[in-house]
Write a protein that binds this ligand. Structure first.
Ligand SMILES: [Cu+2]
Length: 187
């Protein structure tokens, strides 16, 4: 649509707490769809919107997602009971959706085919791009200065961190967040 490609992003939970691997691309189209990946990371529990509501109902609200290749979100949100339970059990997973059409490694036909979540959206826009399992760490004190109250994601660093006002700091283990798209298997 001539705009920056969107990234809806969520805390998923209620499943195994694991991110998909290329082996999850069961239909072999070069993209791991939500249908192919969600068995490991579960359903949307919190939508990490850039503003406004953070409920699962906003899960596909592209206007409240991140935009383009680099962005930052700093906000404080209140997690619901389901998300807290996943965090406590180690099954909470941050998933950033939306592949870069320039680097997705698939044809335009595949990228733009109907999303398994909403046929009005392209498959590439809703499929997982980044994923990391959250682990809880008790902090003795809140971080000083501007706490990272949202997911911070920088290209190339493979990190995702979430700091909560409760004093819990949740961070994906180094190397635990990784690109889940894969190189094209078709020319
Ligand atoms: Cu998601």
């Amino acid at each position: 649509m001539d705009g920056p490609y969107p990234h809806v992003q969520h805390i998923h939970g209620g499943a195994a707490g694991v991110c998909p691997t290329p082996a999850n691309d069961t239909n072999g189209d070069g993209i791991i769809s939500v249908t192919e990946g969600a068995g490991g990371y579960g359903a949307i529990q919190t939508t990490l919107t850039t503003s406004g509501a953070t409920t699962p109902a906003e899960g596909l609200n592209l206007e409240l997602g991140g935009q383009g290749g680099t962005y930052s979100v700093q906000r404080e949100i209140t997690l619901d009971a389901a998300t807290k339970a996943s965090l406590e059990s180690g099954t909470a997973v941050v998933v950033v959706h939306g592949l870069d059409p320039a680097t997705a490694g698939v044809s335009t036909e595949v990228f733009s085919s109907p999303s398994d979540l909403n046929p009005d959206l392209p498959l590439g826009a809703t499929s997982p791009a980044l994923c990391g399992t959250l682990t809880a760490t008790q902090m003795g004190a809140m971080p000083q200065g501007g706490a990272d109250t949202g997911v911070a994601q920088e290209t190339g660093t493979n990190t995702a961190a979430l700091a909560l006002g409760s004093g819990l700091v949740l961070a994906a283990a180094a190397g635990g967040a990784y690109m889940v798209r894969r190189s094209a298997t078709k020319a």
